[in-house]
Design a protein around this ligand. Structure first.
Ligand code: ADP
Ligand code: MG
Length: 595
């Protein structure tokens, strides 16, 4: 078994980070198992001698050192019955110890998995949004699901290998006590053999990394296949797309075969080689020390056990290396997530009282073109502000900056004088209702969709009905046989885009929000539905501070103020009627839409 200390320590640190002192306790139990087993075995020597001796012969003084030591320490008369009893005692104690050892391992595994799952979920929560956008979704998905499961295996293999290694040490120690010359010969043989296996271990590690990379791709392709299923099906592209997936599956199979081949090779050469080592040691023993083979009986027994565990440890170690790519992957993943944590303030958000001010705000995604340029704007509490402008003019970016998921490149956004990044992100964002073009619908009941899994108390039900009434979806819900318990999404009822969007709006209204942000919320709906929803939204005027990005200008006629964005700057601002008088580009936009 290759025990590159540096590498091994690195892996140990990884597990230690999650399990701490518990690892040491588990290893202590393994050690106990080994010691008890070795002591029990050692007593077979006097037992055999007692059975084969002729009457009247004294128990030989040349009996084995280890067993003599046990009998002398315990002050036990070496009768057949006594030794029987002692052996039985040692093996029973070993059994008890083994029970605790195995059970501890199961518990440690659970703790390890829970900690790592909680950690990754928590890190993902705090991941900065601009990094998330750049990240590989397949990798995230794969890491959080399959890769975390593989760590479970890594944990098991690693500690089995270490546990066996501890046992090997115990047997070696006992064998050294019994016949050090023979033992050293066997250990030297083992070390030489181990060097020969290094090459195979390196292959396993290499293929393990490849497997992780390929399974990231697999998850990415699979996720897209499921989420874009309708489009791919309708356009007959499913099979073409599938061939990409199939290629990837074939590649993974290839890597897995290679891993299997290395493992099979290791497994099959192990036994003949260990026989060679033992025989070689016996040969040198006789040659070098000119001694009889009979004296090495106990060490042979112990070393045989040691070699059995040596082989088992190698097997576990190689299996561990086969999933060690997953450890590297998760380490990289958690490092990336911790490094790119969202910068968070620690003020509790007290609610919007006076105003929101964008002060000299500039923003760029990629250090080249400024998407927003020295942007200045003040919004009063409960004002309804509409934002219009050509596609790509920075409207959505502006909203994302206001939610705080994007951070200004320079300048700041102040709420009642406080920079929004001084607030705890969640305390602030809880006060934001955010509605985008694609309705956000979870596969669950209407009630849970709107209340976000609130308890179904009378009070919450009342709030639920108020919210769906405000969002103009009450009649529809009432018409369903299952009412608010009807299931949406996958394996649920099919609702139209407009209905989904109203339910998304209802969710935001159910929350107790200050700010309502609508980013082209109705742009994908037919104009009748759009007009209807906007009529309902008009009723909310004055109850919330609303920022409405609208595609069709007709829908935001009633806004307190309209700003027209062009290339990241405010081109014109005023009420609808004022803009018609003052802004030529506004008039141009309007006339294009009226065509
Ligand atoms: P609008 O909502 O007005 O259509 P956006 O705010 O979405 O415009 O985008 C403004 C500009 O920023 C566009 O030129 C767009 O290409 C660019 N942009 C948007 N999102 C990103 C991103 N994640 N990375 C790089 N550039 C982006
Ligand atoms: Mg947009």
């Amino acid at each position: 078994m290759k025990f590159s200390l540096k590498n091994n320590f690195k892996h140990f640190q990884f597990f230690y980070k999650y399990l701490g002192w518990r690892i040491v306790a588990a290893l202590g139990l393994s050690l106990g198992v080994g010691v008890l087993d070795g002591l029990g075995l050692a007593l077979f020597i006097p037992l055999i001698q007692l059975v084969v001796r002729k009457d009247g012969e004294a128990l030989a003084e040349d009996s084995d050192a280890v067993s003599n030591f046990i009998l002398n320490t315990l002050e036990i008369n070496p009768t057949l019955l006594n030794i029987f009893f002692l052996i039985f005692l040692f093996f029973s104690l070993k059994g008890i110890m083994k029970f605790f050892e195995s059970y501890t391992r199961t518990i440690l595994m659970q703790i390890f998995m829970r900690k790592i799952r909680f950690e990754t979920l928590e890190l993902l929560n705090n991941y900065s949004y601009d990094q998330f956008v750049k990240a590989d979704a397949g990798k995230i998905q794969n890491t959080l699901s399959s890769e975390v499961n593989k760590l479970n295996m890594a944990n098991r293999f690693y500690f089995k290998a270490i546990q066996f290694f501890v046992l090997i040490l115990v047997y070696f120690a006992l064998a050294l006590g019994s016949d050090w010359k023979f033992t050293i010969l066997v250990i030297s043989g083992g070390l030489i053999v181990n060097q020969a296996f290094k090459f195979l271990y390196a292959r396993t590690k290499y293929f393990s990394r490849q497997l992780v990379a390929k399974s990231h791709i697999f998850h990415k392709l699979l996720m897209q296949k499921v989420s874009l299923y309708k489009y791919l099906k309708a356009t007959g592209l499913l099979s073409t797309y599938s061939s990409k997936l199939k290629n990837n599956i074939n590649e993974m199979e290839f890597v897995q075969r290679k891993l299997g081949m290395v493992d099979a090779a290791l497994g099959s050469i192990r036994e003949p080689i260990s026989i060679l080592v033992i025989f070689g040691a016996i040969f040198f023993y006789v040659q070098l020390f000119d001694e009889v083979v009979g004296g090495i009986l106990l060490s042979l027994l112990l070393l045989y056990r040691a070699i059995t565990f040596f082989m088992a440890a190698q097997e576990q170690w190689n299996m561990f290396l086969g999933v060690s790519g997953s450890i590297e992957n998760i380490q990289e993943f958690t490092q990336d997530l911790s490094r790119n944590k969202e910068v968070a303030g620690n003020l509790e958000f007290p609610g919007l009282k006076e105003n929101i001010v964008f002060r000299n705000l500039s923003f760029t995604y990629e250090e080249k073109n400024l998407v927003l340029k020295h942007f200045q704007l003040a919004i009063k509490k409960n004002e309804t502000l509409a934002i219009v402008g050509p596609s790509g003019s920075g409207k959505s970016t502006l909203i994302n900056l206001l939610t705080g998921i994007l951070k200004p490149t320079s300048g700041e956004i102040l709420i009642d004088g406080y920079n929004i990044s001084d607030f705890k992100p969640n305390s602030y964002r809880k006060k934001i209702g955010y509605i985008v073009q694609d309705p956000v619908i979870f596969s669950d009941s209407i009630f849970n969709n709107v209340t976000f899994w609130a308890e179904k108390s009378d009070y919450n039900l009342k709030r639920f009905y108020t919210a769906i009434e405000k969002a103009a979806i009450l009649d529809f819900v009432d018409s369903l046989p299952g009412k608010e318990n009807s299931i949406l999404g996958n394996n649920g009822i099919n609702v139209s885009g407009g209905q989904k969007q109203r339910l998304s709006i209802a969710r935001e209204l159910y929350k107790d929000v200050d700010l309502l942000l609508l980013d082209e919320a109705t742009s994908s709906l037919d104009s009748e539905t759009e007009a209807e929803i906007h009529m309902k939204l008009d009723k909310l005027k004055g109850a919330y501070t609303m920022l409405i990005i609208a595609h069709r200008i007709s829908t935001i006629k009633g806004a307190d103020r309209i700003i027209m964005l062009q290339n990241g700057k405010i081109e014109a601002t005023g009420k609808y009627s004022e803009l018609i008088d003052s802004s030529a580009s506004f008039r141009r936009m309007l006339s294009l839409q009226e065509l």
